[in-house]
Design a protein around this ligand. Sequence first.
Ligand code: ARG
Length: 461
Amino acid sequence: MSKAKVKKTIVGDIDAEVLRFTAGEDTALDEVLVEVDCIGTAAHVSALASDKLPSPILTPKERDRVIGELVAIMKRARDGKFKIGLKDQDVHLAVERALTRAVGDVGRKVHAGRSRNDQVAVDLRLHGKTLLLDTMEAASALARILVSFAKRHETLPMVGRTHMQPAMPSSVGLWASAHAESLLDDLVLLKGAYDVTNVSPLGSAAGYGVPLELDRASVARLLGFKRSHANVLYASSARGKCEAAILAAMSQVMLTLSRLAEDLIIYTMPEFGYFTLPPAYCTGSSIMPQKRNPDVLELIRARAPRVLACETAVVSVVQGLPAGYSRDLQETKEPFMTGTGITLACLRVLAPLVRGLKPRKAALLAGFGPEVFATDKALDMVGEGVPFRTAYDRVKSSLDELQALDSQEIVKRRMRSGTARIDFDNLAGRVQDCLRLVRAERRRFHGAISRLLGKKYPELK
Ligand code: ARG
């Protein structure tokens, strides 16, 4: 390789083109990870200064100095003043270089007992935990809005459909709370992904541990993790698998959102007119002055398959990899960040849209033709002792004689007795449980990081 093209880096001289190729998108994507990388490093230097080590690698004073500088780097990053250069390759070496420039030789000690492999793994888990808590909060908020909308319109008639054809009397409450319960299932999966993510890989180094008595359990505690990995090789191999688990849960959220979006696109068409969308959440046309389009809902519908594609991209990179670190894993970062970002944005835009949704009673009632009451009629006969199949045949052979009934009366009865009653206590209770969990976990995390940095986190004051 010609000398002019070689770049000096912390980890040796690298051909400029190779450097560009291998760094890939890291110099840009890693900007999001500066803060968590500093936090991970703060925990690591605490372990290096532990008096339980036979000969501590850092003195308490050196540790405090490093942590102080890490906080300064975090603040600079928040002001947009921390840049990751190509020579740094990624956030890890950028932080180490900045640290060494600020604190001198002490900065050259901090990488003892760790590798970029466990550094990036811990960064992505810390970042993933925050993303999951934000997503769980946003999903709970949307579920709560749907439940209260459902409660308000519990008995407002809305034709129940199968195959999109009129089927049975139903209500706006039943429709809205169905989407809420779907989100609550997604929250179970998000919580599962959170449990998988809430484990510290630090101390695994390159995947095979180090011959130093670094207390992995206490490092995990310092960072607010539930525990550390039981096996250091798995701690390394779990990269990508953890991201895929998070994206799988997010993909389920998007599945729910896309179906809610599709329902709203259909039911706000003038031909149905069951609901009107808040005007500020519609967009116009550049040529047709009358247009009020549901672009937001259409984009949510289109972004659901994009999140699924991100999940597939991560799984595709990881499946078939040998145990331990391979550079392939770097390629999971972009789809992970893209997919999680899309999901959170969709939840956040949909919540106020649903809050501003207005049902149109006249249109909802107009949907009730006589055929909607056919099954109820057969079941009335069953109540009088007629075998169901006989009642079914009788109604079927005289469909023309069916009469439209008072849908408001029928729906009121249906929602108060029989099996279609909505268990609002269950739905509201589960929303509450999720929100409580998010708050408790956030408090736990912020408390741990505040103690670690000696500054109130996330304020850094
Ligand atoms: N930027 C790298 C990644 O995301 C960090 C780990 C590099 N490790 C290595 N052995 N080359 O994977």
